[in-house]
Design a protein around this ligand. Structure first.
Ligand code: ATP
Length: 233
């Protein structure tokens, strides 16, 4: 089923959200009060409308009340983001995701009934810091306070062992939920390097250097695992 989204605020973040939704085949109503931002997206969006999104009449005129999900991507102008969310709630839009730049903004938006508040800058900074502290951590995603999913490159010590033999679960309390491997194949006579992702790895699966393990667990266990890996090298 095609879903209908409104993306309000077409800064870098809002534009990327809208563009990705459009590329995935969704219908997108793109709204910004800046004419240039509307020009920039008008060729790809289902509807692109220049208006002040705090104005309920303007939003109703473009049937914004019919969207399945509204994404409010206004960070710096906190007052505008609050007023827009309030307007969307009054219009009866049930699913709202909003960007915030400060915790107080996020808290107010949550109190207004936003389903999900995201902090893109803070989250990117946290992910970067995790990668800088542990260079073998390639990706980091917080699931809940203290729990995360991390992508970890395979150390020399683990290379050649099966998942069962690695004893990552028994010794480190971390679950392997996937393994990424580099694969080479011939395409039209040329050697191409790609990636395979096995998200149901068996205990017999052999871990090789260059592989990436996708692990889920507590952050303190990830820290201990990382320290143990450093000691081995
Ligand atoms: P990014 O970091 O994603 O580039 P930003 O933080 O620099 O965004 P914001 O201040 O969050 O920029 O604004 C994002 C967009 O929201 C801008 O394009 C701005 O024109 C638009 N905008 C702000 N207020 C309103 C409003 N009341 N109605 C419609 N659009 C608005």
């Amino acid at each position: 089923m095609k879903r209908f989204f409104a993306v309000i605020g077409l800064g870098r973040f809002g534009y990327s959200v809208a563009e990705t939704l459009i590329n995935k085949g969704c219908e997108v109503l793109a709204i910004d009060r800046d004419e240039e931002k509307i020009q920039a997206i008008s060729d790809i969006a289902t509807f692109a409308v220049q208006c002040d999104a705090t104005d309920e009449r303007a939003l109703k005129a473009v049937s914004a009340q019919n969207v399945d999900v509204a994404v409010v991507s206004i960070g710096e102008n906190i007052e505008a983001s609050i007023l827009i969310v309030q307007t969307l709630k009054e219009m009866g839009i049930e699913s709202i995701v909003a960007k915030a730049v400060a915790p107080i903004q996020g808290k107010i938006l949550k109190n207004l009934g936003v389903n999900e508040v995201i902090y893109p800058e803070r989250d990117t900074a946290i992910r970067l810091a995790h990668r800088l502290i542990s260079p073998n951590v390639l990706e980091y995603l917080e699931l809940a306070p203290g729990y995360s999913i991390e992508e970890v490159s395979v150390s020399d010590k683990l290379s050649g062992l099966s998942i069962g033999e690695s004893k990552i679960r028994q010794q480190h309390n971390l679950n392997i939920i996937g393994i990424k491997k580099q694969v080479t194949r011939m395409v039209k006579g040329r050697m191409m390097v790609g990636e395979s992702f096995n998200f149901t790895p068996s205990p017999d699966e052999i871990i090789e250097k260059g592989d990436v393990l996708v692990l889920i667990g507590r952050e303190e266990d990830f820290d201990k695992f990382s320290d143990a890996e450093d000691d081995k090298e």
